[in-house]
Ligand binder design. Structure first.
Ligand SMILES: *[C@@H]1O[C@H](CO)[C@@H](O)[C@H](O)[C@H]1NC(C)=O
Ligand SMILES: *[C@@H]1O[C@H](CO)[C@@H](O)[C@H](O)[C@H]1NC(C)=O
Ligand SMILES: *[C@@H]1O[C@H](CO)[C@@H](O)[C@H](O)[C@H]1NC(C)=O
Ligand SMILES: *[C@@H]1O[C@H](CO)[C@@H](O)[C@H](O)[C@H]1NC(C)=O
Ligand SMILES: *[C@@H]1O[C@H](CO)[C@@H](O)[C@H](O)[C@H]1NC(C)=O
Ligand SMILES: *[C@@H]1O[C@H](CO)[C@@H](O)[C@H](O)[C@H]1NC(C)=O
Ligand SMILES: *[C@@H]1O[C@H](CO)[C@@H](O)[C@H](O)[C@H]1NC(C)=O
Ligand SMILES: *[C@@H]1O[C@H](CO)[C@@H](O)[C@H](O)[C@H]1NC(C)=O
Ligand SMILES: *[C@@H]1O[C@H](CO)[C@@H](O)[C@H](O)[C@H]1NC(C)=O
Ligand SMILES: *[C@@H]1O[C@H](CO)[C@@H](O)[C@H](O)[C@H]1NC(C)=O
Length: 392
């Protein structure tokens, strides 16, 4: 009796032991998950919370994602198919493809949704989720690593990860926020090391307008980030040689959970998980205030740090796409409540004449002039200098 009982117990333990690997005969599908050896990170299909929308869509989007195993408020650090969501994870599979790459397939129509897309000379590859949060595609029989998720960051830069420039190819890694709180597809902002080879990081809006720079590396810190001299929780290093340049950081205490993110509204933030309060505590952000982010409230929007939400529409305008604003994506901006009289041909008595409204205590980022191409040039020039041409 006793040995049988023991055997049963043993098999139970084996069943419960989580797997950290995907190989060619163990695809991941539906509610299945893999967990890193020390149970720090979990990978599976993830569906973002839908936020407070009144949207009528009832289908959820699923993304292959990695999140912290031990943080109750599910926090992802990486997503794979950010642009191509899956609506039914039971028909999708993350698996080793015939060419050895890790692929996401829609098995209902045999469509390839996502691939690590590297050239591999073997089909005996496996994908292992590591305790540092990286999903590594390696050879089953050797130590060759073909691809690491940590080298292909999405909106999160993890300790141990590089964010740098490959000088041979001229390709730099970029940290790009989610489009909105429910959509991991790439947003409008990006953080990257100067592709021209200087040692400074830029944050840009739509790859064109730079609104923050770290200043060059001076050997100890980035010159415009003096806070780094007090970085007692972190080890950091800037590598710059003929083939590559990158910055890398790690935790002095590996039990501290810390992450570097670029958030939906274009700020970069270093946050630490505080278990006593069960929340992420932000202790560093750039640009320092939300309103310094270029065009964060979109065309005809205004930003006010003392308001909630911090974006609003200027007088006479209303949210262009309310559902985006509900998900904290304000970049779509605002539209006129009432068309300008000079745009409508109306000469009837009920139409009030257009006039200027003077706004005080406002500084312009010029965003309103460059963004909206649907209004007439007349209104563009009218938006500068604090006055605004509008129907009221
Ligand atoms: C895949 O992993 C499972 C256990 O996790 C193992 O039984 C199987 O032999 C592996 N398959 C290959 C092709 O290595
Ligand atoms: C959703 O929005 C409505 C009205 O705007 C509010 O009353 C409600 O509390 C919100 N719910 C959540 C979960 O935020
Ligand atoms: C791997 O390649 C060998 C020889 O090319 C082939 O026989 C085998 O079926 C392949 N295995 C898989 C899982 O594709
Ligand atoms: C793989 O990379 C090639 C070139 O780098 C690109 O043309 C192709 O679309 C990529 N395929 C997938 C599935 O991402
Ligand atoms: C690689 O390992 C797999 C099992 O993991 C084995 O089936 C295969 O024969 C090995 N291939 C080589 C070239 O050693
Ligand atoms: C992550 O952990 C694995 C296993 O310990 C290690 O091989 C790999 O180099 C680590 N990656 C980084 C970027 O630190
Ligand atoms: C730069 O990219 C090339 C091509 O992908 C690769 O072969 C090389 O190893 C990369 N260099 C570094 C330093 O990562
Ligand atoms: C890189 O250099 C080119 C040519 O000198 C310049 O036009 C471009 O603005 C530079 N890019 C950045 C991000 O500084
Ligand atoms: C550049 O630095 C990296 C990291 O220290 C190193 O692996 C690589 O060999 C270096 N390359 C050159 C050309 O010095
Ligand atoms: C204004 O009137 C002109 C000529 O009658 C017409 O072509 C145009 O479409 C009208 N515009 C609007 C906004 O009604």
């Amino acid at each position: 009796m006793a040995p049988f009982f023991l055997l049963l117990l043993l098999s139970q333990i084996l069943l419960c032991a989580a797997v950290d690997t995907i190989n060619s005969s163990t695809p991941l599908s539906g509610p299945q998950k893999i967990v890193s050896k020390g149970n720090k990170f979990t990978l599976g299909f993830y569906t973002p919370t839908q936020g407070n929308t009144t949207s009528s869509s009832s289908t959820s989007n699923y993304y292959i994602a990695i999140w912290y195993s031990n943080i109750p408020q599910q926090t992802t650090v990486w997503t794979a198919n950010s642009d191509v969501p899956v609506t039914d994870p039971t028909t999708a599979a993350l698996t080793i493809g015939n060419d050895g790459n890790l692929v996401l397939l829609d098995r209902s129509n045999n469509r390839l949704l996502w691939s690590t897309n590297v050239s591999i000379g073997s089909n005996s590859t496996i994908a292992v989720l590591q305790d540092n949060g990286s999903l590594d595609l390696t050879d089953a029989n050797s130590s060759i690593v073909y691809w690491r998720s940590i080298d292909h960051p999405t909106n999160t830069w993890l300790p141990g990860g590089k964010l740098g420039l490959n000088k041979t190819t001229g390709v730099s890694q970029r940290l790009v926020p989610w489009r909105n709180m429910a959509n991991p597809s790439p947003g409008l902002f990006s953080l990257e090391l100067d592709p021209n080879g200087t040692t400074q990081y830029f944050i840009q809006w739509k790859d064109s307008k730079t609104y923050w720079t770290s200043g060059p590396w001076n050997g100890n810190i980035f010159s415009l980030v003096p806070e780094m001299t007090a970085g007692y929780n972190y080890n950091f290093q800037f590598i710059n040689n003929d083939t590559e340049s990158y910055f890398i950081y790690s935790m002095k205490d590996n039990n501290v959970i810390s992450r570097f993110i670029i958030d939906v509204n274009g700020q970069i933030k270093q946050e630490t998980w505080v278990s006593a309060s069960q929340s992420w505590i932000m202790f560093w952000a750039q640009p320092r205030t939300q309103c310094e982010v270029y065009a964060v409230c979109g065309a005809y929007g205004s930003c006010n740090l003392n308001a909630l939400p911090f974006c609003n529409c200027i007088k006479g305008f209303t949210q262009k796409v309310q559902s985006d604003w509900d998900l904290q994506d304000f970049s779509g901006g605002c539209k006129r409540r009432v068309p300008l009289q000079c745009q409508t041909n109306s000469s009837s008595a009920q139409a009030k004449p257009d006039k200027f409204y003077t706004m005080t205590d406002i500084s312009s980022s010029q965003a309103s002039q460059t963004q909206d191409s649907t209004t007439t040039s007349q209104t563009h020039s009218a938006t500068s200098g604090g006055s605004h041409f509008q129907s009221i």
